[in-house]
Design a protein around this ligand. Sequence first.
Ligand SMILES: C[S@@+](CC[C@H](N)C(=O)[O-])C[C@H]1O[C@@H](n2cnc3c(N)ncnc32)[C@H](O)[C@@H]1O
Length: 185
Amino acid sequence: MPWLILIPYFLLFAFLMAVVVVVFFWESSLILTRAPFIPMPTDVLPNIVKAMDVQSGEMVYDLGCGDGKVLLACQVQASNAKFIGVERSWLPYFIAKYKSRKSASNIELIRKSFFKVDLSKADKIFVYLFPALMNDLLPKLQKELKPGAKVVSCDFTFTKKEPKEVIGLKRDPKLLGQKLFIYEF
Ligand SMILES: C[S@@+](CC[C@H](N)C(=O)[O-])C[C@H]1O[C@@H](n2cnc3c(N)ncnc32)[C@H](O)[C@@H]1O
């Protein structure tokens, strides 16, 4: 059948279209949010879980949760807490939705800008965001967070707030995930 010869071309076309769609969604995440979707290296997760130290009944947020891997790691440690991931970009949001589909109902994913989410009930917040975005976020955190709320940031700091603790992760300097900064509000 002569049309069979077209199958490889069709598959190549479908593959190229898939690449275009993925690149489009990744780039749109960069343009829309000023912090692209870069997942946390998996070997840093135990350090984050330890630094977050989530307790039963706490409200935990990951602002810009990407594929949700930090929340999923924390949830294993504290299944009685409530976890909320806020992600603006479609691609990481859908990946997080898919990855958390079998998890308990204590993980909620919200697809919107974290600047539009009320954080007044948060006990712990995790962030892995670029410095400019950190600084834009600080006034909102100072206004909304209750006294004693804790923010753990990977690698990036607020310019106008000193961390309470800095945890060096002793990793190869070329790798992502060098330090955790712990802030108390
Ligand atoms: C470096 S990734 C971190 C992903 C995840 N927290 C992790 O550690 O694996 C930053 C994420 O923040 C998201 N983001 C940036 N600005 C945002 C905003 N205003 N609202 C919601 N998500 C945002 C980006 O789309 C991206 O997925």
